[in-house]
Write a protein that binds this ligand. Structure first.
Ligand code: NAP
Length: 314
């Protein structure tokens, strides 16, 4: 199936680009990827997206955006994109998914970012068995037991606060002695009776029981190097995200952390017709609203680019 414009990703950047492009009659194909709705579908309350004074749940916000995009004619394709290449002769992009190949004159990559893990031994086997990066998905499995959250940012604080609904105690492990989360979030977490901050601490080792389930962790004091055990039934990792930029290969330059580098304060990459928006191209702000703003700009810039491809009639 061919299209004028393909948008890869269904977070705030992808859906906003889809709304603008669909309203410009570009009939975009929007690839959903492995996590329909992006990272916001794994959060609880979103309190800082303008227009919702009472807050709105992440999944509700993303569902509303998808409906708005579809209402104007965006077509959502539930396939994961594996690669994006460009035909030298035609300049057309070839988007290869798990189910086939699609061509388009312009592409917006809005694939967001994926939760990071520290890379300790045995980690892969423990994911889903007491190790996770999503409190919304897995929090309710850990009722009346102690759990821990790793990280000192807004995500870690948000996860810790959410987990107080279920867990008997939430340890917030941070490698330093000051949180980097917003002041409001810090206040909420540090004043909560169920949350115990554990400063200057990282996980040195995961402990597992005979069934392969996580049953505790060995902590390392980052100052003294001292080790001690902590009895927790689940570790919620919230140590940041890595951008999902690999699928565009050499069509876009990336910084050392993998974020796509855009040109001249726009969403354009080094390849004409390839635009990037949202967390995959934003090492600084990484907010839902800033991603949506970039999605809007990418759609407008893609629309202008597509106009330059049309034959001029005199
Ligand atoms: P983040 O701000 O990058 O924080 C990551 C945290 O993990 C930092 O505290 C960092 O420690 C720690 N960390 C990193 N690598 C580690 C390692 N190997 N071992 C132990 N700790 C490690 O990531 P985030 O919290 O996911 O937030 C990302 C962006 O989204 C931010 O801009 C944030 O404001 C935004 N966000 C906003 C909201 C909201 O407004 N509701 C909610 C969630 C996220 P250091 O502090 O020492 O570097």
């Amino acid at each position: 199936m061919d299209a004028k414009l393909i948008i890869i990703g269904t977070g705030p950047a992808g859906y906003t680009a889809a709304i603008y492009a669909a309203r410009a009659d570009l009939a975009p194909l929007v690839f959903a990827g492995p996590q329909l709705g992006g990272q916001l579908t794994t959060t609880t309350e979103v309190e800082n997206f303008p227009g919702f004074p009472e807050g709105i749940s992440g999944p509700d916000l993303m569902f509303a955006m998808s409906q708005q995009a579809e209402k104007f004619g965006a077509k959502i394709i539930y396939e994961e994109v594996l690669s994006v290449t460009r035909e030298e002769c035609s300049g057309q992009f070839v988007v290869t998914s798990s189910a086939g190949a699609y061509k388009a004159s312009a592409v917006i990559i809005a694939t967001g970012a994926t939760a990071r893990y520290p890379g300790l031994p045995g980690e892969k086997e423990l994911v889903g068995h007491g190790l996770t990066a999503c409190a919304t998905c897995d929090g309710s499995f850990y009722r009346d037991v102690p759990v821990c959250v790793v990280g000192g940012g807004d995500s870690a604080c948000e996860e810790a606060h959410f987990l107080t609904r279920f867990a008997s105690r939430v340890y917030l492990l941070h490698r330093r002695d000051t949180l980097r989360a917003s002041k409001a979030m810090q206040q909420r977490v540090l004043s909560h009776e169920k949350i115990t901050p554990v400063w200057n601490t990282t996980i040195a080792e995961y402990k597992r029981d005979a069934d392969g389930e996580l049953c505790g962790v060995v902590l390392r004091d980052t100052q003294s190097g001292e080790l001690r055990e902590l009895d927790v039934k689940c570790v919620f990792m919230a140590i940041g995200h890595s951008p999902n930029s690999r699928i565009v290969g050499h069509l876009a330059d990336v910084d050392p952390a993998g974020f796509i580098i855009t040109q001249n304060n726009s969403t354009a990459t080094k390849t004409p017709g390839l635009f990037a928006a949202g967390d995959v191209a934003d090492p600084i702000y990484r907010q839902a609203i800033s991603a949506a703003g970039m999605g809007c700009r990418a759609a407008l810039e893609a629309e202008r680019y597509l106009l330059t491809l049309e034959p001029v009639t005199l």
